[in-house]
Design a protein around this ligand. Structure first.
Ligand SMILES: Cc1ncc(C[n+]2csc(CCOP(=O)(O)OP(=O)(O)O)c2C)c(N)n1
Ligand SMILES: [Mg+2]
Length: 469
């Protein structure tokens, strides 16, 4: 404090010599030590600098000649120094120009110079392509299975296949993933089989979730992929906690979490970003901005330039990427991972894409958006077609391979559905375990009532377990 006061006393002396007005203010301010020490507006600058000295206010700093050089005065705020200005200027509600979108392939799948040779090998690219096609065929087949009444619910990633697959390819198996629900490509990439997907959707006894979740709520402890939960946004603060624990254990790994444009309106999104920034947690937030949150278009969801600008508001390094360009997603996520781990910091990636399917089997999107909009995205901006053009252009893929892949996948998925459908359901008792050590009375009552219903309609729930009467 003494060190701080010395130069400031000199400044006061020089001020009081040049301004009688200041001397009187000096007197006034020092006799009211608790009062406000600064004022807004250019005519008050002399008062501001003088009062700051007289109040002995450690948070108001100034240079030696504050009247002639007032624009150099600074507020030594706990969050960092802030320069004063006498110009009253409000920040614009959004930047003059929208944040550009990073891409490496054009719509036809041609590399955009100078990025002709991204860090993607032929083998890796072909596996990415095969996984994207698997998701497409799986979506189409499971969607029909729901319409046939064989599963209760389904949700496709139509138009967004590149996001989950390409980002998964850029990560390492030790990275912990906390998805939303439109990212089955991550699990597929990590080794979840088509049979695993089918078992979960049919809720049979081979389902890792013991048949207790809605279809598409996949998860795998072995594959470092947390189980999806329906309430939007819960995965975001959880991802920060995971990342912070990886940081404490000095792991060569990060947490990666996915969410949609609609989910950015949840309080959890804002809490998570702030929490990640201040804890310097190695977490990558990947926002799939697909233009829609069920029937709410993104221009009714927020007025900012998308999600990418929100990162900066929280002090997070951010980028906007073309979600229909698998190569750009791969490169951006690879770089984000490296920065998150090496520099121990969060990264936000906004991926622009389009939800080309209905929100889920419970939705009919033709009721709220024009069909030519959907067609345009399906045809002109199709991420799978674009990637296929690129690998074909590189000599890594042919029409014959394509025909073989399509037919093999179709067979594999149909077989998986048949197996999953025939398999028995998990024992009823498992519906009531894993939450309470000692089941409370209301849960016991529910178990009794479930068993009663099943004893009347055993065909509705085929299981080995003999229901108690
Ligand atoms: C907390 C919460 N509120 C509302 C819902 C209902 N809901 C389920 S999905 C969804 C839309 C989410 O949109 P977005 O985050 O953009 O993801 P997208 O479906 O477009 O991939 C809504 C509102 C929910 N599951 N949880
Ligand atoms: Mg959305």
């Amino acid at each position: 404090m003494a060190l701080w006061l010395a130069p400031h006393r000199r400044a006061i002396a020089s001020l009081t010599k040049t301004s009688g007005r200041l001397s009187s203010y000096h007197h006034h301010a020092s006799s009211n030590p608790g009062q406000q020490c600064y004022h807004y507006g250019s005519s008050r600058h002399a008062h501001l600098t003088a009062s700051s000295q007289q109040c002995d206010h450690p948070r108001l700093l100034q240079h030696d000649h504050p009247i002639t050089n007032h624009q150099h005065a600074e507020l030594d705020f706990p969050g960092g120094r802030v320069r004063f200005t006498s110009e009253m200027q409000f920040l614009r509600q959004s930047p003059e120009k929208r944040i550009p979108c990073f891409r490496l392939l054009d719509d036809a799948g041609h590399p955009i110079p100078p990025h002709a040779f991204p860090q993607l090998s032929g083998d890796l690219a072909v596996k990415m392509y095969k996984d994207m096609v698997t998701i497409q065929v799986m979506d189409a087949t499971f969607f029909v299975a729901q319409r046939q009444g064989r599963i209760s619910f389904y949700l496709t990633s139509d138009g967004e296949e590149a996001i989950s697959v390409a980002s998964a390819a850029a990560l390492k198996p030790q990275d912990v993933v906390l998805p939303q629900y439109r990212e089955p490509g991550i699990l597929l990439w990590r080794g979840f089989t088509v049979q695993d997907f089918a078992n979960q959707c049919f809720g049979n006894k081979a389902d890792y979730g013991k048949g207790r979740q809605m279809p598409v709520h996949y998860g795998s402890k072995k594959l470092n992929c947390l189980t999806i939960s329906s309430p939007l946004g819960t995965q975001l603060p959880q991802a920060v906690g995971v990342a912070y624990s990886l940081k404490m254990e000095k792991k060569d790994a990060c947490a990666v979490t996915y969410f949609g444009d609609g989910t950015s309106s949840e309080g959890d999104f804002h809490a998570a970003l702030n929490f990640a920034a201040v804890t310097e947690a190695p977490v990558i937030f990947i926002c799939r901005n697909n233009g829609w949150a069920i029937s709410t278009p993104s221009n009714e969801q927020f007025r900012s330039d998308g999600i990418v600008v929100k990162g900066q508001g929280y002090g997070i390094r951010s980028i906007r990427v073309d979600g229909n360009d698998a190569v750009a997603i791969y490169e951006a996520v690879r770089e984000a991972r490296s920065m998150a781990i090496k520099e121990q910091m969060p990264i936000l990636i906004e991926v622009l894409s389009y939800r080309a399917g209905h929100h889920s089997t419970s939705d009919d999107s033709s009721k709220y958006r024009p069909s030519d909009e959907i067609e345009y995205w399906k045809m002109a901006r199709n991420p799978v077609k674009r990637f296929r053009n690129w690998i074909t252009g590189n000599g890594w893929w042919s029409d014959d391979q394509e025909a073989e892949l399509q037919s093999n996948i179709k067979i594999e998925i149909l077989q998986a559905i048949q197996v999953a459908e025939k398999m028995q359901k998990p024992p009823v008792a498992e519906l009531f375990t894993d939450v309470y050590d000692i089941a409370p009375s209301n849960l016991l009552e529910q178990e009794r009532s479930v068993r009663e219903a099943l004893s009347k309609y055993p065909q509705e729930y085929p299981t080995n377990e003999i229901p108690a009467s």
